[in-house]
Design a protein around this ligand. Structure first.
Ligand code: GAL
Length: 442
């Protein structure tokens, strides 16, 4: 009954509440008269509005967000888009805090990892236990993932996907023209970068936001220190690891890497950097697989037009970033139902497929059929399961999975200052890293 849907949506937009509720009553009566099947009745009986804060605003990611909007609308609800541009979500989090402080948070917000606990402590989150019990989330989700979605044992968030952060994207055409070989080790990476640079290409496409620098940094930490060293550094924040010789090597490699980025990187968003690889201006990009959303939107085929390689030296590891939608307490019963329908929709197998195909990530449901996915996503799922069994899964620091937002901010400050100062000393940077983390963790 599409006509009921569109009429209904127009009325929902009416500014006058009285008109709105009388039109809703009329509509309900009409729905009872017209629809005899429960299929017709249920969307209207549950109709509410759901406002969703996210930062999926690049052209590719916006296509993914659209799949969620459509699903919510198909259930008869109104989707209120609260998109805040800016990769990594820093701007989105600032806006969210302002809204929450003024007592008006959205129904759902893209909040991840340990930050969920910080929001839980404020007492603002709604529980999804009933929806989770109905949907058997405890059985469906990997236990490590389910645990992150809970605050004091209650589900307060729903996971959307699993992104892998330790990817290197390459343009094979550019590599061929430069006579470069796809790298599997850090030494090979720098050798390839030299060839690309000598042939007149931008060797490494990069932007300039702290989270992008943090993404390079954590890939180097994983490559040089392995999953155990990575965890010690970012999760345990262990002094000896943060200030030790391997961390000094990481900063030295980061400095070297800086030399392969073009002079115009300042202010560049990650998706613009991806487009440099797509259009053959640059040879490589180090980025999580949301970058694949841009390749897909540009109709580029994985394994043919571009290649994804695990970041050199991290082939057996999986640096994960799980997007999740956290739910805020709502007073309006219809909106609460819309919120619950949103949570249900996110773990729906069809949504998991459509959203993740567009987003570049893999489904968070481990029972997902991977046949429709591209070669990169299939490898990602295989590697995720293998790393999970081998204990080589690590949480992304730059994408808020490893530490609190305070610790993350302290790491970003040190890394970005180091990255932008040609004369900075790697030894000193490692000392500063520990001092900054220690101060932020108190
Ligand atoms: C991450 C987020 C991804 C993607 C990326 C770029 O933090 O988890 O979904 O949006 O930022 O903005």
């Amino acid at each position: 009954m599409p006509w009921i849907d569109s009429d209904y949506r127009k009325r929902r937009l009416a500014p006058n509440n009285k008109n709105r509720s009388s039109s809703m009553n009329a509509l309900r009566r009409l729905s009872v008269a017209v629809c005899l099947s429960s299929f017709c009745l249920s969307p209207l009986a549950h109709a509410g509005e759901v406002e969703v804060l996210h930062w999926w605003t690049s052209p590719g990611e916006a296509r993914a967000a659209e799949t969620l909007k459509k699903l919510v609308q198909a259930k008869g609800h109104t989707w209120k888009d609260f998109a805040v541009a800016g990769g990594g979500g820093e701007a989105a989090m600032t806006v969210l805090k302002t809204r929450a402080v003024s007592g008006n948070p959205p129904a759902a917000a893209q909040i991840k990892g340990p930050d969920i606990q910080e929001w839980g402590q404020l007492g603002l989150l709604a529980d999804l236990n009933q929806v989770a019990a109905e949907g058997k989330w405890d059985q469906l989700l990997p236990p490590q993932v389910a645990q992150v979605m809970k605050y004091q044992g209650d589900y307060v968030a729903v996971p959307v996907n699993v992104h892998r952060v330790n990817w290197l994207y390459i343009n094979p055409d550019v590599f061929k023209k430069a006579g470069a070989t796809p790298p599997t080790t850090l030494d090979e990476f720098f050798a390839a970068a030299d060839k690309l640079k000598a042939a007149g290409f931008v060797a490494l496409a990069h932007g300039s936001q702290p989270w992008q620098d943090g993404t390079l940094f954590e890939n180097l930490v994983l490559s040089k220190m392995g999953p155990e060293g990575y965890r010690k550094a970012f999760v345990e924040q262990d002094k000896a690891t943060l200030t030790g010789p391997q961390m000094v090597e990481v900063f030295t490699a980061l400095k070297k890497l800086r030399g392969y980025i073009d002079a115009d990187a300042a202010g560049r968003e990650w998706n613009v950097a991806t487009s440099m690889v797509i259009n053959g201006k640059a040879g490589m990009q180090i980025m999580g697989d949301w970058a694949k959303s841009e390749f897909t939107a540009a109709s580029k085929v994985a394994g043919k037009d571009y290649q994804c390689l695990p970041f050199p030296g991290t082939q057996k590891d999986f640096d994960y970033n799980i997007d999740s939608l956290v739910m805020f307490k709502l007073s309006n019963a219809e909106n609460r139902k819309a919120q619950e329908d949103l949570a249900r929709a996110v773990l729906d197998p069809a949504f998991q497929k459509d959203f993740n195909l567009a987003k570049g990530s893999i489904p968070v449901r481990l029972d997902a059929d991977m046949a429709p996915f591209d070669a990169c996503a299939q490898q990602s799922m295989k590697d995720f399961k293998a790393a999970s069994a081998a204990g080589t899964l690590v949480p992304s620091m730059a994408h808020s999975m490893a530490a609190s937002s305070y610790v993350q901010g302290a790491i970003f400050d040190v890394v970005t200052n180091f990255f932008n100062d040609a004369s900075a000393d790697p030894q000193k940077a490692a000392q500063q890293l520990y001092a900054a983390i220690e101060a932020a963790a108190q």
